[in-house]
Design a protein around this ligand. Structure first.
Ligand code: UD1
Length: 419
């Protein structure tokens, strides 16, 4: 596996088109199972997580083909409800096959999911919700396999104690073809939930309350074929905003999901960046080192996203004072602290979920290791501003979510290559 080599110091300039959304496409890939026919997906990013979802779909009996950039999935002949351990352990989103297979076949067997090393990430909310929809669950093989079964999925009112993105998506997937109406109270409001609902409604589902914390799903008999274009990735856009800002650059992101970036834009403005928006074009300029931020807290959407926390941390390393990052979504998302300190940053973990950042003048190059997807991208960002040549290893984690981060940053003038 190559590493990524970065020689810091180039100001990023020019323009770049933002890829399709990872977190938008993964639930939709699971949802294709619900239609006993063909789904055409455009702008689906060619990333490792998408390839892994396609492997699972094929294992279940779907046909999946790429015609250039268009992904065609034929789910007519699905002949299995067992999702095997190999891919499930690699990615958290495989848990969405629980809802999708239950919805279509009323039974599913799946291993406990894996994913990024950012906390324990249980699925109790998913399973408790299914139970309320008349689904029985058996956990087997020393807690390794979950089997869910029912005669009939029956809609219910489900009040989530926490607005979990995955649990909301799984309930929606199980409810679309269920008997009766399902109400999700305290549903997650992330744009990827809206996207799943829009996709399903276009395929014949009956979902109301999209974008609100109460989602109402009236079961329908079947879905039909659909040709759908995935929206752009808000976290990739935010990542490149951070890359441009840390190099004191001036660049334009094209096809950026600007309406989903409000909390990120607000924080970048506090850092001193100048941001102009024209529909889906976002220009970001930075003339000075970032300003320190008193405290930034990650929250469910529409709050500041946990998936942008690491990239912000890289930026704050060279800010003009002391900042605090307070991580409220995942309990173990500070693995970059050690890596960034190797670069001369002054970061200290406080009380498990807070990091104090004392800005330094400039970071120094170092040999770095990616520990999770967004954290890996954040190390690339830090290296872009550092003095000298940095190497980032374990880049397959970055490739889980970025089609080609090296080529994208080269387009903006970065001195970066695979090594
Ligand atoms: C999704 C995103 C991920 C993002 C996260 C929060 C995808 C593929 N992934 O992950 O990129 O960082 O939302 O915006 O879209 N929890 C429980 N029990 C459960 C479910 C969740 O305790 O049954 C906890 C988790 O441990 C975590 C928090 O809830 O602390 C948030 O998890 P959730 O919103 O479910 O995130 P994911 O769907 O895993």
């Amino acid at each position: 596996m190559p590493s990524i080599q970065v020689i810091g110091g180039e100001k990023l300039q020019g323009q770049l088109k933002i890829q399709g959304s990872k977190n938008g496409s993964l639930p939709i890939l699971a949802a294709t199972i619900l239609n006993k026919g063909t789904t055409i997906l455009r702008n689906c990013p060619k990333i490792i997580d998408v390839y892994n979802m396609i492997f699972i779909l094929k294992e279940l009996g779907c046909k999946a083909t790429w015609e250039d950039e268009v992904l065609i999935i034929d789910a007519k002949d699905v002949n299995s409800t067992n999702v095997s351990q190999e891919f499930v352990k690699k990615m958290r989103s495989s848990v969405l096959f629980l809802g999708a297979l239950l919805g279509r076949f009323k039974e599913v067997s799946i291993s406990y999911p894996g994913g990024c090393s950012i906390g324990s990430r249980p699925i109790d909310l998913h399973l408790e919700s299914f139970e309320q929809m008349n689904v029985q669950e058996i956990v087997e093989n020393d807690m390794n396999t979950i089997k869910c079964k029912t005669d009939e999925i029956i809609g219910n009112s489900i009040n989530l104690r926490f607005p979990s993105v995955g649990a909301t998506q799984n309930i929606i997937l199980a409810a679309v073809l269920a008997t009766g109406t399902t109400n999700i109270i305290n549903a997650a409001r992330e744009p990827e939930i809206d996207e799943l609902c829009h996709f399903l409604n276009l395929a014949g589902a009956n979902i109301k309350g999209i974008g609100r914390s109460r989602i109402i799903i009236k079961g329908v008999e079947k879905l039909h074929d659909i040709d759908y274009t995935i929206t752009a990735d808000r976290i990739v856009a935010g990542t490149y905003m951070a890359a441009i800002a840390i190099t004191l650059g001036d660049a334009v992101l094209l096809s950026a999901p600007t309406k989903h970036l409000k909390s990120t834009i607000k924080v970048f403005k506090k850092l001193g960046c100048k941001i102009d928006i024209d529909n889906e074009c976002l220009r970001i300029r930075s003339n000075n080192k970032p300003k320190a931020i008193n405290e930034i807290i990650t929250k469910p959407y529409p709050g500041f996203p946990t998936d942008m926390q690491s990239q912000l941390m890289s930026l704050l390393c060279i800010s003009d004072g002391k900042s605090i990052i307070n991580e409220q979504i995942f309990e173990s998302r500070f693995q970059n602290v050690y890596e960034l300190n190797k670069m001369g940053a002054k970061l200290t973990i406080k009380d498990f979920n807070k990091v104090e950042i004392n800005g330094v003048k400039r970071l120094k190059a170092a040999n770095l290791e990616a520990h999770d997807l967004r954290g890996g991208a954040a190390l690339v960002i830090a290296a872009l501003s550092a003095e000298g040549e940095s190497n980032i290893e374990n880049i397959s984690l970055i490739e889980r979510g970025y089609v080609d981060i090296v080529s994208d940053l080269q387009t903006l003038g970065a001195n970066i290559k695979y090594y």
